[in-house]
Design a protein around this ligand. Structure first.
Ligand SMILES: [Zn+2]
Length: 377
């Protein structure tokens, strides 16, 4: 079967939509994609996407979320995640979700805010929790670990740290273990368009393998010619999703790099093992004060305006200043208006931290074909 590329979806998005079902059950789950274009894709509301997370927590924390005694902290998200949920769900569905999540307490740390503005409050709240879970971007966890190590702060109440959005390096893992203890930090592989796909096993040992959720998705790993890879040869992830009947993903080139680990895990779970995923890049922008802001938030600036631009990139050659390069979608009537809106919002949100200048360009040339949303010149 052929492989569906992000380019195909970018060009023929509406042809993937399952008519009738999409209006009733679809919600927008746009992704920055690796084409440099925001992709307009949908997920299916009929499949409760928190369920696989609960399964992970059941494995790792040993009890399900929803326990009144279990506080949950979410790191690395901001109000945009709430906006996005509101945008995805009807008011009634939003109420249902709020009720079902009621026992948990969320503490969000914005990837847009300066770390130093928020970290003290986060650490204070974290210390109060009887049992906390942290959902972290790798860059955020790195900064949190540095902050705690410098001040001699450690925690024994954090049960589970789920790390996403960029490779969890050995350095970050070791620093985080100093603060939170060993066996608490788990690499996570998921995406906007697919939801959760794999999570590191607590029995993984030095290879840090992840269990693929192959009852929810099927993954092929292929070489550059589209042939399945053998043994531990690194391949590209081609994903087929089983829980989306509004925007079917069949043999979709997700574009991440990993390899199989052909072994029976000590945990006894039937899910196949993959190596930690390589090739996800979380970059950063530097503020005038010299602080790094995680790049993931910047990758998502077009999420609400998927038709506005054909491509975009942030370029920085000086702390506190960044060029915002955008290729407008001339076929879309509100393109310039929406780009201007995003540009103004960036300057408002990051006022006093980063000053953006907007440049409308005809194309963005990516080095070696690899898309980079943030470039330091
Ligand atoms: Zn296992």
């Amino acid at each position: 079967m052929p492989i569906v590329t992000k380019q195909m979806i970018a060009e023929f998005s509406s042809e993937f939509e399952v008519k009738d079902a999409i209006d009733k059950y679809g919600f927008v789950a746009n992704t920055g994609g690796s084409t440099g274009k925001p992709l307009r894709v949908f997920r299916d509301k009929r499949f409760f996407w928190q369920a696989p997370y609960w399964r992970f927590y059941g494995w790792h924390v040993g009890r399900k979320l929803g326990n009144v005694g279990l506080d949950t902290f979410v790191w690395g998200m901001d109000d945009a995640s709430i906006d996005r949920s509101k945008y995805r769900f009807s008011e009634r569905e939003w109420v249902q979700r709020s009720v079902s999540f009621w026992p948990m307490q969320f503490y969000n740390v914005s990837p847009y805010a300066e770390f130093s503005d928020t970290v003290a409050g986060f650490v204070e709240e974290l210390a109060k929790s009887p049992c906390a879970k942290i959902y972290a971007y790798a860059g955020g966890l790195d900064m949190l670990a540095d902050y705690c190590i410098e001040r001699g702060i450690t925690f024994d109440n954090v049960a589970f740290i789920e790390v996403c959005a960029s490779p969890l390096t050995k350095v970050i893992r070791e620093k985080a273990e100093k603060v939170f203890g060993g066996g608490k930090i788990f690499d996570f592989y998921g995406s906007n368009e697919m939801g959760p796909m794999a999570i590191e096993c607590q029995h993984s040992g030095p290879d840090h393998h992840l269990h693929l959720q192959n009852d929810l998705i099927h993954i092929d790993l292929v070489d550059d010619n589209g042939r399945p890879v053998d043994g531990e040869e690194v391949g590209t992830t081609i994903v087929t999703c089983f829980d989306n009947k509004v925007f079917p993903f069949v043999r979709y080139n997700h574009g991440d790099r990993t390899h199989w680990i052909n072994k029976q895990c000590d945990c006894g779970l039937p899910f196949p093992c993959i190596a930690p995923v390589r090739g996800r890049v979380a970059d950063y922008l530097t503020t005038i004060q010299g602080l790094h802001l995680d790049g993931v938030g910047f990758n998502e600036v077009f999420d609400f305006y998927p038709n506005a631009a054909k491509a975009f990139q942030f370029r920085q050659n000086k702390d506190g200043y960044a060029k915002f390069l955008v290729v407008p979608n001339t076929a879309y009537v509100n393109s310039i208006e929406e780009i201007t809106l995003i540009f103004n919002k960036l300057n408002t949100d990051l006022s006093g931290k980063i000053e953006f200048t907007l440049e409308l360009v005809n194309e963005i040339v990516y080095d070696g074909g690899k898309v980079r949303y943030i470039v330091h010149e």
